[in-house]
Write a protein that binds this ligand. Structure first.
Ligand SMILES: CC(C)(COP(=O)(O)OP(=O)(O)OC[C@H]1O[C@@H](n2cnc3c(N)ncnc32)[C@H](O)[C@@H]1OP(=O)(O)O)[C@@H](O)C(=O)NCCC(=O)NCCS
Length: 190
């Protein structure tokens, strides 16, 4: 997607296009950390720089996918990514995913703000009607964050995901534009 111009600024994070210069050993260490990837599609498979380059090229070449780096404003560090995938301008929908790879930035409500910013962009700039997400059973922080943004569980994909070979359900969540709880910067996320 034409990502170059997308920069979204919140109180605690900035979202800007993910670039090849963001990909290095630090990024790889996130993807090879089982605690980070436990509930992600990459699962337990080892990732290489070549895999990540391929992942990024997919976003650069696709008109329907957007990948943004999450930058913590206080430290100016790249702490993770947030994506909008499979955007359909026919149905005006898109799927979102997020990863905070630096675990020292977990537990600060940063996922909430990063998701709020990309969702606001999806509704207000891209004209989407609905944003979709999938959460694996057990990923309570993710489910809680999406529900606080206004997402509702719409269905369960039964035992579709393996966490350490243990089958887990995936909850499919959806959010319509009018359900979106706008991030109010005067209200701390918790
Ligand atoms: C999951 C993830 C997005 C959460 O982001 P975060 O900014 O660290 O989230 P927080 O720790 O601030 O937690 C968000 C909420 O969940 C709650 N929560 C966290 N862990 C919890 C637990 N084990 N049980 C119950 N509630 C929990 C927090 O209290 C908070 O609720 P509140 O907003 O009402 O206070 C982040 O840890 C991450 O990127 N993990 C790796 C990749 C991943 O799983 N991505 C999501 C794919 S859908």
């Amino acid at each position: 997607m034409n990502q170059q111009s997308v920069v979204l600024t919140g109180d605690t994070v900035i979202l800007r296009p993910l670039t090849h210069s963001d990909i290095g050993q630090e990024y790889l260490s996130w993807l090879n950390d089982r605690e980070v990837t436990r509930y992600l599609g990459v699962g337990g498979s080892r990732s290489t720089i070549a895999d990540v380059e391929k992942f990024l090229e997919k976003f650069e070449d696709s008109p329907n996918d957007l990948a943004l780096a999450i930058i913590d404003r206080e430290s100016d560090l790249h702490i993770g990514n947030v994506t909008l995938n499979n955007v359909s301008m026919v149905h005006r929908t898109g799927d979102t995913g997020l990863m905070i790879g630096r675990k020292d930035f977990w537990g600060r409500g940063l996922a909430f703000q990063a998701w709020a910013l990309i969702i606001e962009h999806a509704f207000d700039q891209m004209g989407l009607r609905k944003v979709i997400a999938g959460v694996v059973d057990g990923n309570t922080a993710s489910l809680r964050t999406l529900e606080r943004l206004g997402f509702k569980i719409e269905g369960t994909l039964r035992k579709e995901f393996l966490v350490d070979e243990e089958p887990r359900d995936i909850y499919r969540l959806g959010l319509f534009r009018e359900e979106f709880r706008r991030f109010d910067s005067s209200q701390p996320p918790r």
